[in-house]
Write a protein that binds this ligand. Structure first.
Ligand SMILES: Nc1ncnc2c1ncn2[C@@H]1O[C@H](COP(=O)(O)OP(=O)(O)OP(=O)(O)O)[C@@H](O)[C@H]1O
Ligand SMILES: [Mg+2]
Length: 222
């Protein structure tokens, strides 16, 4: 497999970083694999994302409209692609923890449902066609039940509150969940069920399902 982009997507704390790392490790003995993640907080290109998430433009996600906020995240991806992984993509497989798909989830949720299709057309046209960053070959969506998700976040945010403006807004997170279900279906993302009987499945079980999807992609291309 070369020139492949596999995206691990999911709501907050769903295990994206964990699964992206395991997938990269599993593939790297036989393929040229590069792992990336967004936002690219280490890079100057994420300056506007940081300003937005810490509330410089307003304390609520809705203070910055879907299109403006999307552009902050999009240019960060453009910079990262151009500077950092264009060659790796041409020669191998990129595993990305979040991507344009995160804009789809987190920015659709700011718009009324009737406008989601229009926004999604704009978003993918902007990032993949106009900016020219690659479209994913496979989007794996880590699906977590809402109750389990809340428990995970509660544990995470005990003590000092370091939540960004997205994470603090419960109603906004509910809308993101709805947008994510919509996108998953409309855009043919591949869901992986991460919960069972009100609990997270084990990291290994989830990884097996992730691997099965990647193997299917490899077979399609062989
Ligand atoms: N299946 C699982 N069961 C239990 N804990 C898990 C599972 N997968 C990941 N975790 C743990 O949950 C926490 C969040 O995981 P991770 O950082 O991979 O999620 P994320 O989706 O990247 O989060 P964020 O949205 O904050 O970037 C970590 O402490 C991780 O070890
Ligand atoms: Mg993460």
């Amino acid at each position: 497999m070369d020139k492949k982009l596999i995206v691990i997507e999911g709501l907050d704390g769903s295990g994206k970083a964990t699964q992206a790392k395991l997938l990269s490790e599993a593939l790297s003995p036989c393929l040229k694999v590069r792992q990336v993640s967004f936002p690219d907080y280490e890079s100057d290109s994420s300056a506007l994302v940081k300003m937005y998430l810490r509330g410089d433009f307003g304390n609520k996600p809705d203070d910055v409209n879907a299109y403006a906020a999307s552009s902050f995240f999009a240019v960060d991806r453009y910079a990262s692609f151009k500077r950092d992984w264009i060659k790796d993509w041409e020669e191998g497989v990129i595993i990305s923890d979040r991507y344009t798909t995160s804009n789809a989830i987190h920015q659709c949720s700011k718009l009324p449902k009737e406008q989601w299709d229009e926004y999604l057309d704009w978003l993918f046209g902007f990032e993949y066609d106009r900016l020219g960053i690659p479209a994913p070959d496979l989007v794996i969506y880590l699906k977590v039940d809402p109750e389990v998700s809340q428990d995970l976040l509660k544990v995470r945010y005990q003590g000092e509150d370091k939540r960004d403006i997205h994470e603090k807004d419960i109603e906004y997170l509910r809308r993101c969940r709805e947008a994510a279900s919509y996108c998953c279906e409309k855009l043919h993302w591949c869901p992986v069920e991460c919960t069972k009987d009100g609990q997270m499945r084990s990291i290994e079980e989830i990884q097996q399902d992730v691997m099965a999807l990647v193997e299917k992609l490899a077979q399609r291309n062989s």
